[in-house]
Design a protein around this ligand. Structure first.
Ligand SMILES: Cc1ncc(COP(=O)(O)O)c(C=O)c1O
Length: 382
């Protein structure tokens, strides 16, 4: 069942990460183009609000999710830290590889529920490195094949996402860099750069809104797995800002809502497995230690959604020609769940959301589980 609560302590977080420089780096990587800002007429009509807009991350550098933005920027920053150079010392990937030849490791290692691992595997292949990727039991074959298609080697471990992170961390060495998208005490440098890398989405969004002549959205929804994406969204919209607009809504799957549970408890709470949600990208039991204070102090409302809510959102977006997977559609599912609840609508209004305001979503993935996508969007007999 979907549930929500209003975060009474939300304001401007102290530990916020301000605007970064990732967009100028991403622009120099092979195949860069901004992800499209799309308008969904079908979702707008269904929700009865201002325009529903979304950043469509179904094709980032040819990969089906936004995650490569974080991994690429973090590896770049680690190279820069070791080799010490200015951003203008290279113009393209070949130049970067030449510049960093002496500091490149043998490979990269990470844990993933699919998307981040594929991003890490892509960066490794760009740099001519190996990649070892650990995935939890039950990861669907298509996601494993996606990672392997980048040249990485995949190990399925007998446990959940948190267990995969432990396995990856214990494999890392000076020559096999851990590129993990979640932080814990003592491991924060790389995850912080990953958050900065996601900032590219918001920087592009601002440019696209300006070009389209649209005002700032009144509400932004963000899906939460370990919370790094949410930290980037909150960082963008809350830094250097006095007021509370837009309203920021964190969306998680029912049964794996680690931000929801942690903020309610006032401390990081691990949601034990097994995690049964189809929203694999959001099925993380523990928040990133870096994201935690930002989310605790920066997100206005938390809402959980069921698998069926996500399926309905996938179909809705497909009706507009927008290809969005189960974790990708969860943001829309969360807003739909809030708007069909009278108490939640009142809460949004008291947070200052005007009735005709535009809503911004991030469709964080396209098709990453083709079997499920086909079953949900084109069920046999329809
Ligand atoms: C498709 C998708 N959306 C959203 C997220 C959530 O990002 P984070 O784990 O940074 O909260 C993930 C994470 O893997 C994802 O794969």
């Amino acid at each position: 069942m979907s549930s929500f609560f209003v975060n009474e302590r939300a304001g401007v977080p102290e530990t916020i990460r301000g605007p970064g420089s990732s967009l100028s780096i991403h622009r120099k990587l092979p195949g860069y183009r901004p992800s499209p800002l799309r308008f969904s007429a079908v979702a707008t009509e269904k929700l009865g609000c201002g325009n529903v807009m979304l950043k469509d991350e179904s094709d980032r550098f040819g990969l089906p999710s936004f995650k490569v933005l974080g991994a690429s920027f973090a590896v770049y920053m680690e190279l820069k830290r070791r080799r010490r150079f200015e951003d203008d010392a290279w113009n393209d990937l070949d130049g970067l590889v030449r510049l960093c030849r002496d500091v490149l490791p043998r490979g990269l290692v990470t844990a993933t529920d699919g998307n981040h691992g594929r991003g890490v595997a892509r960066i490794a292949s760009w740099l001519g490195l190996g990649a070892d990727v650990f995935v939890p039991a039950g990861t669907v074959p298509a996601r494993i094949e996606g990672i392997e298609s980048e040249g990485a080697s995949v190990t399925v471990i007998g446990g959940d996402y948190d267990d995969a992170v432990e396995a990856a961390a214990s494999t890392a060495s000076e020559d096999l860099w851990l590129v993990q998208d979640t932080a814990w005490p003592g491991y924060e440098r790389i995850p912080a750069w990953i958050v900065d890398g996601y900032g590219t989405i918001m920087d592009e969004m601002e440019e696209q809104l300006a070009t389209a002549g649209r005002p700032a959205p009144g509400l932004v929804a963000v899906q939460i797995g370990v919370g790094s994406l949410a930290a980037a969204v909150i960082g963008h919209f809350r830094s250097g800002q006095e007021g509370r607009a837009p309203v920021i809504v964190g969306v998680e799957p029912d049964g794996v809502a680690c931000a929801f549970e942690s903020v309610r408890a006032g401390e990081i709470v691990t949601v034990p497995g097994p995690h049964r949600s189809v929203m694999a990208g959001l099925s993380c039991g523990t928040l990133s230690s870096l994201a935690w204070p930002v989310i605790r102090d920066g997100a206005d409302i938390f809402v959980t959604v069921t698998d069926d809510d996500a399926f309905e959102a996938m179909r809705l977006l497909a009706g507009d020609g927008i290809v969005s997977g189960e974790s990708g559609s969860a943001g829309l599912a969360g807003i739909a769940a809030l708007l069909r609840d009278g108490a939640a609508r009142d809460a949004l209004e008291s947070l200052g959301l005007a009735p005709g305001s535009d809503i911004m979503l991030i469709s964080t993935e396209g098709i990453t589980d083709p079997v499920l996508y086909g079953r949900v969007v084109n069920p046999p007999g329809r």
